[in-house]
Design a protein around this ligand. Structure first.
Ligand code: ACO
Ligand code: KIV
Ligand code: MG
Length: 514
């Protein structure tokens, strides 16, 4: 009675939004991840819409074992037959048939009388039962429908064999209290409602899709139509991650309602959808946005460091986000700054040293959006401990092409001497970094490498960031240039210089007996 069925329509309503079309292979990949996430029903598409959608529903029906696979169908025999055919291989299959019940849709779009709509709905459900016992019926635009007519339609389709009746707020018009009231009214006015599950399908035109879904769940709805990242027609549908985490985090409010979602898979699923569709979620998006577990303001950082729950109502790990983040920027405070210094290995700085660094950090943060670890290390060495000579790049030369073995020559200045070295590699960057290592006389393990453009145009400045392990110490480095090979070489040398600086710092501290 208290299990909330999660009906995911990312691959149907989600895909209907401009820019979110997916190929058959992409839909299957997404469906596999939805199965891992533990959704109860995957609405795989609208089999009658196109040959591609038919293939997608069919391929998902063949692949998915743990979730029910569903296809949408208008209240037409031809649509329902297509859905039945596409779903044939599924272990558990559902046909979701619908017809609009609001006066405006019946009059202007369907050009049908209410009696005809009622008859068509009943006929569709009966016909769908030839393919599966699991039939869901949606009264499209239910929220703007005449209540008595809506109740009559639901009663009739349940009698005809619908196991789930879905109540869509197709145009996102409802307010949460009103939508909850509609569910209560359906429970009180549809005599056979105990034979069906009440489902809701909310759109986000006024930003209320999740609030409306939750209000309905509170009143007794036990299935929610949702999509990953809230994608869907126009402003989208209710976001799966928000509905599921609301139920989980506020179990005190939703009493015994629960879902079978493996919440640790949420973040991964959200990212997969972004990768497949080439879309982004806004940074402040609940649960899965980049900032959902990030803290930049000093007072918040202090609170979170002292006791996480001061500013976090759920754990990042519970939704699969690697960890909550303390982001250093112009709003950050001394507590967070000192913690980051300690995380970077600078544990024994005096309070005066921390103060001096903190002032420099604030000045830098005023100029930069985000202050990275390598910026902090640069401050430490530039301001406090510049006791070593940096290795400098004198020049580099690279030979590359699709018919040549990439090779590089570099000259560096180290300890007052110029050293030249040459190496071959798998590509121009690989050969240049190998030549640098030969010249340095030390090999590092490149743990991470990223490149981004700092400006627009073909001649844009590129910024390379490297994370390198030198003799068991991990350091990061940064280099910029309009030439990405030069930026890479500089970033590698920068990491090496930080490694030497850190080693020098530790040796100095040891010799001082600290
Ligand atoms: C609220 C929702 O999300 S509803 C689902 C929306 N999803 C889609 O539309 C998916 C993609 N759609 C399509 O590929 C096409 O629209 C198709 C294949 C479904 C239909 O294409 P066409 O036959 O060219 O019709 P078209 O889309 O122009 O018009 C829709 C027709 O379906 C009818 N119709 C709409 N809803 C229903 C329904 N639930 N039951 C029966 N008929 C319906 C309309 O009255 C109209 O009929 P008409 O052609 O006799 O005037
Ligand atoms: C097909 C139905 C459920 C729909 O997407 C809607 O009404 O928004
Ligand atoms: Mg919809």
């Amino acid at each position: 009675m208290n299990r909330l069925i999660i009906f995911d329509t990312t691959l149907r309503d989600g895909e209907q939004a401009p820019g979110f079309s997916m190929t058959v292979e992409e839909k299957v990949t997404m469906a596999k991840q939805l199965e891992k996430l533990g959704v109860d029903v995957i609405e795989a598409g609208f089999a009658a819409a196109s040959e591609g959608d038919f293939q997608a529903v069919n391929a998902i029906a063949e692949t998915i074992k743990d979730s029910t696979v569903c296809s949408l169908a208008r209240s037409l025999h031809s649509d329902i037959e297509k859905a039945g055919e596409a779903l044939a291989p599924a272990e558990r299959k559902r046909i979701h048939t619908f017809i609009a019940t609001s006066p405006i849709h019946m009059q202007y779009k369907l050009k049908m009388t209410p009696e005809q709509v009622l008859e068509r709905a009943v006929d569709a459900v009966k016909f769908a039962r030839n393919f599966t016992d699991d039939v869901e019926f949606s009264a499209e635009d239910a929220f703007r429908s005449e209540r008595d007519f809506l109740f009559k339609v639901f009663e009739a389709v349940i009698d005809a064999g619908a196991k789930t009746i879905n109540v869509p707020d197709t145009v996102g018009y409802a307010m949460p209290e009103e939508f909850g009231q509609l569910i209560e009214d359906i429970i009180n006015n549809v005599p056979n409602i105990d034979k069906a599950v009440i489902s809701v399908h909310c759109h986000n035109d006024l930003g209320l899709a999740v609030a409306n879904s939750l209000s309905a769940i509170k009143k007794g709805a036990r299935q929610a139509h949702v999509t990953i990242n809230g994608i869907g027609e126009r402003a989208g549908n209710a976001a799966l991650e928000e509905v599921v985490m609301s139920i989980k985090v506020r179990h005190d409010y939703f009493k015994d309602v629960y879902t079978e979602i493996n919440t640790k898979e949420i973040y991964k699923t959200s990212r997969l959808l972004c990768r497949i569709t080439g879309s982004f979620v806004q940074p402040n998006k609940a649960i899965v946005g980049d900032n959902a577990f990030a803290h930049e303001a000093g007072i918040h950082q202090h609170g979170v460091l002292a006791h996480r729950e001061t500013y976090e109502i759920m754990r990042a790990e519970d939704v699969g986000v690697p960890a909550s983040k303390i982001v250093l920027g112009k709003h950050s405070g001394r507590h967070a700054f000192k913690t980051r210094l300690e995380e970077l290995g600078y544990r024994n700085l005096s309070e005066e040293e921390v103060d001096k660094l903190f002032r420099k950090f604030k000045a830098l943060a005023d100029k930069k959006k985000e202050v990275f670890d390598e910026d902090i290390e640069a401050l430490i060495f530039d301001e406090l401990f510049r006791t070593y000579e940096e290795v400098k790049l004198v020049y580099f030369h690279v030979l590359s092409g699709n018919s040549a073995i990439p090779s590089s020559t570099v000259k560096i200045e180290k300890d007052g001497k110029e050293i030249t070295a040459t190496a071959c590699g798998d590509g121009p960057i690989d050969s240049a970094l190998k030549a640098i290592e030969k010249a340095l006389g030390m090999t590092g393990r490149l743990k991470d490498y990223s490149i981004r453009s700092l400006s627009a145009g073909k001649d844009a400045m590129g910024e390379v960031r490297t994370v390198v392990d030198f003799e068991g110490t991990t350091v990061s480095g940064k280099g910029t240039s309009t030439d990405i090979i030069e930026a890479s070489v500089k970033a590698y040398l920068d990491a090496y210089n930080r490694y030497i600086a850190r080693k020098t710092f530790i040796e100095k501290r040891i010799s001082e007996g600290v």
